[in-house]
Design a protein around this ligand. Sequence first.
Ligand SMILES: Nc1ncnc2c1ncn2[C@@H]1O[C@H](COP(=O)(O)OP(=O)(O)OP(=O)(O)O)[C@@H](O)[C@H]1O
Length: 332
Amino acid sequence: MGSLKIENIKKSFGSVDVLKGIDLDVTDGEFVVFVGPSGCGKSTLLRIIAGLEDSTSGKVLIDGDNVGNVPPAKRGIAMVFQTYALYPHLTVKNNMSLGLKQAGEPADEIARRVGIASSMLSLEPYLERRPAELSGGQRQRVAIGRAVVREPKLFLFDEPLSNLDAALRVNTRLEIAQLHRRLAATMIYVTHDQVEAMTLADKIVVLNNGQIEQVGAPMELYNSPANEFVAGFIGSPKMNFIDGGRLGEAAKTIGVRPEHITVDRNAGTWKGTVIHAEHLGADTNLYIDTEKAGLLTVRIFGVYDAEPGAAIYATPDPARTYRFGADGRVIR
Ligand SMILES: Nc1ncnc2c1ncn2[C@@H]1O[C@H](COP(=O)(O)OP(=O)(O)OP(=O)(O)O)[C@@H](O)[C@H]1O
């Protein structure tokens, strides 16, 4: 079991309110990702769940028990950090077993759990190596393995992939997704990378400035963002925001994603000029300066040849256009 409930968690550092009342329910087995811009309070919230930081007020309940006075080691959680935090003088095997030895687990049980974890994470060839003899991706797998052997109620990941290069990030992301499926464990994962959030999460919690902006399944946030912040944060390239006044609309802002605009050389809604084309192979990102709607990013599937300076028309899909009020909330 590994359910988590967070009730009205607030945290201030001196006069700075870093978390302003967070409520959240995580059910057993769920993969929940905290995402948000730098400094929004993601790591602080994770550290409060782990017990590494005290909240100023509010409650954390794990499997229904208030863990306010329970030290980190007794909360049934295992945490994986960005920096791996491995012991440099211990072998991979001993890095993974140390916590269990300290907890007094019998040797055969330790061997069994290390065996399972190292096979799951393809670490068998490296068990006798020290961290310095491993690549960054392998080190992070050891750190994850060390968490797995503890069989925790809750896994907490604090930006575990951010020190890896792009290719390794994709591989390790896949491994974490598979691990979640195999263990059916509850995982809480912090990242500022919205692609990681979209691909891993059952449920995404979008944080901004110490508050939750929206909680929902990845496609729910993509299709039905509650407000301008979430609309702009989820999706890449970012949603285009156009001043409603420019378009003669009552809404303060009109939003349309780059992939929901089509282009044509001869006719369309907004006449403009190609500023730049980015050829990504599978898609093309076009930057178009339009008279009516200003600068737009348009994502076209496939190759699209467009010379800077060429005249072009952009047409938004009216069914995929969002309207936001002065308070930033979506108008339905
Ligand atoms: N010990 C501390 N003392 C004072 N301020 C702190 C402390 N720890 C964090 N903060 C501040 O709290 C805010 C939230 O920090 P936190 O690390 O939770 O953000 P984050 O969303 O995880 O950011 P990042 O993505 O950059 O890691 C920041 O403004 C940070 O400067």
